[in-house]
Write a protein that binds this ligand. Structure first.
Ligand code: HEM
Length: 413
């Protein structure tokens, strides 16, 4: 495939650079909203309407590449995974109809609001405990390590009936999955992550096997009971769904909690406003998701020759949908670079995708951030960012996660 390298350099798009990609997104929307990036071999789509249309058209744009390693595993990592019996791929997001429809139906019957709404008191208890721990230790604190790391991880582990002693391991596995699938690692760098993926997958399979012997009152037990009641889903598919949840169920929410506080504290008047009017919190969460999404880009594959924004996309092409850009599209959002918790159409963001793969856990994610914001604005109204800190976002194709957000309160800085 040919590409105008001069144009590529001119736009300065760097697929893995997550520092501040928004000015480049803006330039791409304006000048080349459908651009082929030779470095990753993807068509990069940056306008809102084009992205939404691709998400909606699953018959022509399949999600089969959504979990494919952007840099395929090298021989050493492949060997580790083959020897370890690693056969996981995707629970749902990279599955396509009719398989996707069948598995999502069963998953939806198990992953009900009843299953996770009862967790709200537990979430609140954990949030309070972690904030109190921060307060007792005194300033400064890191929001990521001190709060955002544990809250959603405890929730998802509880939902799956897994001990919270597993937090460090589950977080390590999730980091390995993010690096192996959406990262840019050398063959040597991949090896320790490959070992982690083997352990992670074996753990998911064991969860299913244990639950089949002795099903508990948890989400795994629900899946096993649904299978026994005649819903068509294999043990391998249940284990794959758990493999999804043990990643998607916390990684992106950790980022959302971190981003919510990072962005709100960057606009102290809006942080204070939430303390005074907690009913404004749900709308503020959508504005955080719009302004600083946990996932800035997601993938699709063209199943037929197609056209996006007037550009021909040959059959078999890989397509990168940059939701982080769609969310700043000036044809949809007025003054898109302005963070405004009162924005009327913030909910139109595409941060949870759109269409048949729309994020299954969006309400659980929002519930947890809501509790965090309710509690922290009430308990630490004077919370503020440490001035002049350099916030670092790890290199990644899709996940834009701050590694630390330093905060303080009380006197001094
Ligand atoms: C801020 C938090 C989250 C964000 C930004 C997020 C984002 C996304 C995105 C972009 C997709 C792909 C949508 C598409 O292809 O159209 C997705 C799918 C999915 N998410 Fe989330 N997610 C979050 C939290 C969660 C949580 C907490 C869970 C579960 C507990 C979860 C479970 C899933 C699953 C299972 C899918 C695949 C759905 C399918 O393919 O049918 N997510 N999410």
């Amino acid at each position: 495939m040919s590409v105008d390298v001069a144009v590529h350099e001119h736009h300065g798009f760097e697929a893995f650079a997550m520092g501040d990609p928004f000015p480049v997104y803006e330039e791409l929307r304006r000048e080349e909203p459908v651009m082929f990036d030779e470095n990753i071999g993807y068509f990069v789509i940056t306008r809102y309407d084009d992205i939404k249309a691709v998400f909606a058209d699953w018959e022509h744009f399949s999600s089969e590449n959504a979990q494919a390693p952007i840099r395929p595993a090298g021989e050493p990592a492949k060997r580790v995974m083959a020897e370890g019996g690693f056969t996981a791929y995707s629970g749902l997001s990279a599955r396509v109809p009719p398989e996707h429809t069948r598995i999502r139906n069963v998953a939806t019957k198990a992953f009900t609001p009843r299953r996770y709404k009862v967790l709200e008191p537990l979430v609140r208890e954990n949030v309070d405990r972690l904030i109190d721990r921060m307060l007792a230790a005194g300033p400064p604190a890191d929001i990521v390590a001190g709060l955002a790391w544990d809250v959603p991880t405890i929730t998802i582990l509880t939902l799956l009936g897994v001990s919270t002693d597993m937090i460090p391991l589950v977080k390590e596995w999730a980091g390995s999955r993010a690096a192996m699938t959406w990262g840019d690692l050398t063959d040597e760098e991949q090896v320790p992550h490959a070992h982690n993926l083997v352990a992670y997958w074996n753990f998911c399979q064991k969860l299913v096997a244990d639950s089949k012997r002795d099903p508990q009152d948890d989400l795994v037990g629900d899946m096993v009971r649904l299978q026994a009641d005649g819903n068509e889903i294999s043990d391998h598919e249940i284990a794959s769904f758990l493999y999804s949840l043990l990643f998607a169920g916390h990684e992106t929410t950790t980022t959302l909690i971190s981003n919510a506080l990072r962005v709100l504290l960057g606009h102290p008047d809006q942080y204070r406003e939430l303390g005074a009017s907690p009913t404004a919190i749900p709308a503020a969460i959508d504005e955080v998701l719009r302004f600083s999404p946990s996932i800035v880009a997601w993938r699709r594959k063209a199943l037929a020759d197609s056209e996006i924004g007037g550009v021909t996309i040959p059959r078999g092409s890989n397509v990168l949908l940059v939701m982080g850009s769609a969310n700043r599209d000036e044809t949809v959002f007025d003054e898109p670079d302005l963070f405004d918790i009162a924005r009327k159409n913030a909910r139109s963001h595409l941060s949870f995708g759109f269409g048949i793969h729309y994020c299954l856990g969006n309400l659980l994610a929002k519930l947890q951030v809501k509790v965090v914001l309710e509690e922290i604005t009430a308990k630490i109204p004077g919370l503020r960012l440490i001035e002049d800190q350099q916030i670092v976002f790890g290199d990644n194709l899709s996940f834009r996660a701050p590694t630390a957000v330093a905060v303080t309160w009380g006197e001094g800085n």
